[in-house]
Write a protein of this length. Structure first.
Length: 129
């Protein structure tokens, strides 16, 4: 499978690509929304956005591994946050994870989630060779 990233000027600074193009034989993994109100040991992450964001990506990574993919296979994601001010810390964490080749993305501010401890939820699509 070939993958190319359409890069934008301002989009690069916000850690996403306007589009990702894939061609060739591939498997598509449709990721349900993943949140992270608690750490692996069950400790609540109430009010700690950075911890929830990192745990959220860890949870996505585990799901992808079970499905035969990795975080690097994500081509698009929708990030839901409860406060618009969380988009910058999320962008910084996403930059750590993806480097310079970012998935296409949207960030949406919501009033809340089914679990009131949650501050972030991410869903996406991954394409694997």
């Amino acid at each position: 499978m070939d993958r190319s990233y359409v890069k934008g000027d301002w989009q690069q600074g916000r850690a996403f690509s306007p589009a990702v193009v894939t061609t060739g034989a591939q498997k598509i993994i449709w990721l349900a929304g993943h949140g992270a109100p608690r750490a692996d040991d069950g400790t609540p992450l109430k009010g700690d956005f950075e911890a929830q964001c990192r745990q959220c990506f860890l949870n996505l990574e585990r799901t992808l591994e079970r499905a035969g993919g990795t975080l690097r296979d994500i081509v698009t994601m929708t990030v839901f946050v409860t406060d618009v001010r969380y988009t910058t810390p999320m962008t910084e964490i996403r930059t750590e994870i993806f480097g310079d080749d970012f998935p296409a993305s949207a960030a949406i501010t919501v009033t809340g989630f089914a679990d009131p401890l949650m501050l972030i939820e991410i869903q996406g699509i991954a394409v694997v060779e």
